[in-house]
Design a protein. Structure first.
Ligand code: C2E
Ligand code: CA
Ligand code: CA
Length: 566
């Protein structure tokens, strides 16, 4: 006989001693056999023992079946061979199998065995199902690429961790790789995956799973929850750096971290993560700082951002946006050769808001496209009016945020403006920031080429702020380089900035490009630049961005002065 389990218990319930004895004789080698003469005794045995099978006289079957503990135990009915209705009654009462008295050993053993195998199989199936469900649960909670827990699970577990260990102070740390998108583009996507897995592995081996948690939120964003006492953030970053270096990818893979020290564990964890992420955003693109802590000022910033998003549509409708114009001088003859249009927001409650505050928000939520179009149209109106009043055209540059290039009707829109205001493309210069070029999307380059073919001058804004290699310049569709202010600021202190600027000026000349230097504030800077042969200058030294009426006045005065000097 099959031994399914080494502690098998059988219960026989029958008033008839002979019946009980026969069963006992058949099975005592394989089972521990309990005997009950009546239902009360049966229930007692059932409640005290873990049974594998119950054999009972037909008259006990329905009562036994009512006992909850019997639910998962096979119940076999014993019926008299001459009881013709017995089989049907037994089945209706819930018996799983029947054996007939007087017993035939072979038949009884065979039936009991069959029942046991069947039950064992279905028990195994149940276990397998349960395991599968656990596995599926795991799958739902785990990020399949890295094996770390995912965002939702992190929220749940971090909350539980912090609420269990109320005496421990925690950090929530949000980490992100700089230029991960570029790495993915530059190399193969699998390289990106290797980086993510290596980082995940580093986090899970560095962080004691009993004390902290690590998770991949999305893309290249990781988040940790760790006790403050256990963490040396510099060490963590250094370790991460060397892990990344050991991959030998040949590209600097740098992680940046925003840290939120948790002082209120009851705050929802997603908000803690937002705060850590806010701290991270403060240093993004600033390659000196690798981490930063959240402070309350950041919350102010967040609230301010929320106000901006809330009010932006109304602002556009109510004409709260306006352009200011900042003159661009040719220092060779002290004349104003063009201007840059810069948007301003006059908020009815908060006064003038600087573009540094709202442009990044609009670039994130896409509203910049509407604002830019508003600015371009305002500029066209200005040029047209100015031409009508003075008979002269002053070309103006406008900023074209990268998001505009996702709109298929961009060129159509610009050409439409020229037609509407009866202008020519050279009058509207397009400033596109260096970082947009650095994305190096072929599509973007070809669109820019089309603009140039149409006759729009194209300026590379903030040149030198990113990482454009000078060698790349000759292949890019650019007419004018606008040198970033940072260079000018460094000019007086750093020999190197001077050398680079000199090099840029020469290179631009060789490539037939014009150069405008931005952010000139002092006479000294101006002299340096004049020395380097720079002639087009934009900066506070000459003028801040001005309301249109003031700009017109300045333009008229400058012209009059120059004419007097002639
Ligand atoms: P940007 O395009 O690089 O514009 C030059 C910024 O430098 C302007 O800041 C200008 O006021 C400032 N600036 C000019 N000369 C000096 C100087 O000598 N010293 C200093 N410290 N600053 C100087 P603003 O107007 O605050 O604009 C900031 C940025 O906001 C702009 O940088 C541009 O990226 C963005 N922006 C402004 N208007 C628009 C717009 O209409 N559309 C888009 N897409 N972006 C805009
Ligand atoms: Ca600009
Ligand atoms: Ca600029």
């Amino acid at each position: 006989m099959l031994i399914i389990n080494n502690s098998l218990n059988m219960l026989v319930v029958d008033e008839n001693e002979d019946s009980r004895n026969s069963i006992k004789n058949f099975f005592q080698n394989d089972y521990k056999v309990f005997e009950a003469l009546n239902i009360e005794e049966a229930f007692k045995i059932i409640s005290k023992n873990s049974l594998s099978v119950v054999l009972a006289d037909l008259k006990f079957i329905s009562q036994l079946k009512e006992n909850v503990k019997i639910a998962s135990i096979p119940l076999i009915a014993m019926i008299n061979f001459d009881d013709f209705d017995g089989s049907a009654i037994a089945i209706e009462s819930g018996a799983f199998e029947l054996i007939t008295k007087p017993f035939n050993k072979t038949v009884v053993e065979y039936r009991v065995h069959k029942v046991m195998v069947h039950y064992e199989n279905s028990r195994n199936m149940m276990l397998m199902k349960r395991e599968k469900i656990t596995e599926m649960h795991r799958y739902i909670e785990i990020d399949s690429l890295t094996g770390l827990i995912n965002r939702e699970t992190f929220y749940k577990r971090a909350a539980a961790l912090m609420q269990t260990n109320v005496d421990v102070k925690y950090y929530i740390i949000y980490l992100d790789i700089s230029c991960f998108k570029a790495i993915n583009d530059l190399f193969h996507i699998e390289t990106g995956n290797i980086i993510l897995r290596a980082a995940a592995n580093y986090f899970s081996t560095t962080i004691n799973p009993k004390m902290g948690l690590c998770s991949r939120m999305e893309a290249d964003h990781f988040v940790l929850c760790v006790p403050q006492d256990n963490l040396e953030i510099e060490k963590l970053i250094i370790g991460l750096d060397s892990t990344m270096q050991s991959l030998g990818i040949g590209h600097n893979i740098l992680f940046y971290a925003g840290i939120y020290p948790v002082n209120n564990p009851a705050l929802p964890v997603d908000q803690m993560c937002d705060r850590a992420n806010m701290a991270l955003r403060k240093i993004k693109g600033n390659y000196m700082n690798r981490y930063s802590y959240y402070d309350a000022g950041m919350r102010e910033l967040m609230l301010q951002d929320q106000m901006i998003v809330r009010d932006m549509e109304t602002a556009l409708q109510d004409e709260q946006f306006a352009i200011f114009l900042q003159p661009i001088y040719n220092i060779k003859n002290d004349s104003i050769v063009s201007a840059e249009a810069l948007v301003r927001w006059f908020h009815p409650v908060n006064g003038m808001i600087s573009p540094g505050k709202f442009i990044p928000v609009f670039e994130r939520n896409g509203f910049i496209v509407k604002v830019d179009r508003f600015v371009w149209e305002s500029v066209c109106k200005f040029i047209k009016k100015q031409r009508a009043e003075t008979g002269e055209v002053i070309p103006v540059s406008v900023n074209v945020s990268r998001l505009n290039f996702y709109n298929l009707d961009l060129l159509e829109f610009l050409l439409g403006l020229l037609e509407k205001y009866d202008l020519e493309p050279w009058m509207l210069k397009l400033e596109i920031t260096e970082s947009a070029y650095m994305d190096n999307s072929h599509q973007l380059m070809s669109i820019i080429r089309v603009f140039r073919e149409e006759g729009f001058p194209v300026l590379m804004d903030d040149f030198g702020s990113g990482y454009s290699s000078l060698n790349m310049l000759k292949n890019l569709p650019v007419d004018v380089l606008k040198v970033d202010m940072a260079f000018v600021r460094e000019l007086e202190e750093s020999e190197r900035a001077y050398m680079i600027l000199k090099f840029i000026m020469n290179l631009a000349r060789d490539l037939g490009m014009d150069v405008i230097v931005e952010g000139v504030e002092t006479k000294k800077q101006l002299d340096y630049l004049a020395n380097l042969g720079a002639d087009k200058i934009q900066g506070y030294y000459f003028s801040k961005p001005l309301p249109v009426v003031d700009f017109k006045k300045l333009l008229a005065e400058t012209k009059a002065r120059n004419e007097m000097n002639l």
